[in-house]
Write a protein that binds this ligand. Sequence first.
Ligand code: DGP
Length: 124
Amino acid sequence: MAYKYDNQNIFAKILRGEIPNDTVFENEHALAFRDINPQRPHHVLIIPKGKYVSFDHFSKEASNEEIIGYIQSIGKVCDLLDISIDRGDGFRMIANSGQHGIQDVPHLHVHILGGSSCGKMIQL
Ligand code: DGP
C-alpha cells in the first residue's frame, strides 16, 4: 500500500511559512526547529523538506541527495546545540512512526533531546 501524505499537517504548514517556527538550522533538504512543548532543555525537531510521512517512507523513496542533506543536518544541529558526543554530553534521537509509534504529526521528524539526561530508554 502506498504512503499517503497529508498536505495540511502542521509541519507542512511550517514548511510553507504559514505557521512560524524557531529555526535552529536549515539546508536544502532539512529544517530544524524547536519543539513547541520541550521535554528537555534542548528539544529540536528535524524534518525533511520533501513530503515523507515517516522514516521508513523516507528511506525507501527519498533521493540520495535528500537523504544525505537530511542526515547531515542532524550532526549540524548537535554541533549548534553543543550536545554532540565529541564535545558535549550527548542526546537522544527519537522518530515516532505511525500508530504503534504514537506519531502525532504525519510528516517525518526526529526529536533531538539534550541538555539533561534522558533517563532509561523506554517505558512499556
Ligand atoms: P510526535 O508525537 O513524535 O509526532 O511529535 C510531534 C511533536 O511536534 C510534539 O513534540 C509537539 C510538536 N509540535 C506540534 N505542533 C507544533 C508546532 O506548531 N510547532 C512546533 N514547533 N512544534 C509542534
